[in-house]
Write a protein that binds this ligand. Structure first.
Ligand code: C5P
Length: 400
């Protein structure tokens, strides 16, 4: 899909710059026309000679070419590009991009780029975790840039954690998939619920659960990349949506999630109910913090929360598709089938909870069970690939 595409590969000064050579090779092999723009410190890590030999174009680093005095136009470059990929993006480059500090050719080109921009951060784990880096990455995301998140692993410093640059093969895959995605959900509104709900006990305490929201967020990003108009109703999570095309509605309790879901479902073509909604909430929320000294062990009386999926199932029209999730520890298939009927679902995604699959972790092993009882089993995969399987199944249903 990258054949003939114009790609600007931005390289900043980090040890991961050596991996940019492999990334450049992958782009060139795929038939892309690649222009490398490197920061002055990037050249300390990798030579322009290697990069220009592989790209077949002189590497740009300075505002002016020294011997001729000719100006390198960042404006023309920004218009030329079909995509800009900044890998590695160091803490400093990310900070400059976030704040418009246009003191080198890479940043001026970034500020002029009209194309989608992909950013692969690379730095040491403490720099990556620093609040200023977190804030700058959030800012880039809010501008609509695609952040290719850093995986955890061993860093050049031998410390282990998040901060290393994603592998070139994966960065290539993300960029390739961006252009390759069939827009099979174009013009369709998809509503997704994700994450846990928090049910207030008093102003400082709640009943919650361990749901990370990762599965729902991955589904939302997959739907957006396939052209859907996505609304993601999310309980409190620590992750961020990596696709600025997704409209995120943040909620806290099941009641709030229910209100948003009922409102958004009305004109949705599909709803995917991924959230781990609390079944019960405290019947009374204490107005002030419950104090230990004042009383014996308190009793918290619970009331039933609305079943959001069942509520939507009850009002669903023939043209709407409703998808549920089930997390079962025993009689999994029988319970899932019972849920399809009770909630009037079109299909249900059955989750397996093991050490490597389910809550909090990055992988999931699922089965999809249709309303007619047909079951498809899938292997253990990263959640973004599981999201693709689920959305493929959804698209099949829409086509029918
Ligand atoms: O009944 P159970 O909680 O096992 O059903 C799981 C499915 O129903 C999930 O799709 C979940 O998002 C949805 N659900 C809901 N509202 C609830 C409970 C579950 O939408 N109160």
């Amino acid at each position: 899909m990258l054949k003939g595409k114009h790609i600007i590969l931005g390289i900043s000064g980090g040890i991961a710059a050596y991996k940019s050579v492999s990334l450049l090779r992958l782009f060139v092999k795929a038939g892309a026309d690649v222009q490398v723009v490197i920061t002055p410190s990037g050249k300390e890590f990798i030579t322009p000679v290697t990069l220009s030999a592989l790209s077949g174009r002189p590497v740009i680093s300075e505002f002016f070419t020294a011997n001729t005095g000719s100006w390198n136009s960042h404006v023309d470059l920004g218009l030329w590009a079909d995509a800009m990929v900044i890998a590695p993006a160091t803490a400093s480059t990310i900070a400059k991009m976030a704040n418009g500090v246009a003191d080198n050719m890479l940043i001026t080109t970034y500020l002029s780029a009209k194309s989608p921009v992909f950013v692969a951060p690379a730095m040491d784990l403490d720099m990556f975790a620093h609040p200023s880096t977190r804030r700058n990455i959030d800012l880039l995301r809010s501008y609509g840039n695609h952040i290719i998140d850093s995986p955890a692993g061993e860093l050049a410093s031998h410390l282990v954690g998040k901060g290393r640059m994603e592998e070139p093969e994966r960065i290539f895959e993300v960029v390739d998939a961006f252009f390759d995605k069939e827009q099979d959900l174009k013009g369709r509104k998809v509503m997704i619920t994700a994450g846990p709900t928090y049910e207030k006990i008093d102003p400082v305490r709640f009943i919650g659960n361990y749901s990370s929201g990762k599965m729902g967020y991955a589904i939302a990003e997959e739907c957006a990349s396939r052209g859907a108009d996505v609304v993601l109703i999310s309980g409190p999570v620590s992750i961020k949506c990596n696709d600025s095309r997704v409209r995120v509605i943040g909620v806290e309790s099941a009641t709030e999630m229910n209100e948003a879901a009922q409102r958004e479902f009305a004109d949705s073509r599909c709803a995917i109910m991924c959230a781990a909604v609390a079944d019960y909430a405290p019947a009374q929320v204490a107005a002030a913090k419950i104090k230990r000294e004042k009383q014996d062990v308190p009793t918290i009386v619970l009331k039933k929360n609305p079943d959001i999926a069942a509520g939507l199932g009850a009002v669903k029209s023939d043209s709407q598709i409703l998808v549920g999730f089930a997390l079962e520890t025993d009689n999994a298939t029988a319970n899932a089938v019972e849920k399809i009927e009770r909630k009037n679902l079109d299909f249900i995604v059955l989750n397996t909870v093991t050490a490597n699959s389910g809550f909090q972790v990055d992988n999931n092993q699922i089965s999809i069970i249709d309303a007619d009882g047909k079951k498809n089993d899938y292997s253990l995969k990263p959640k973004r690939e599981v999201a693709k399987d689920i959305v493929d199944h959804l698209v099949e249903k829409i086509k029918k």
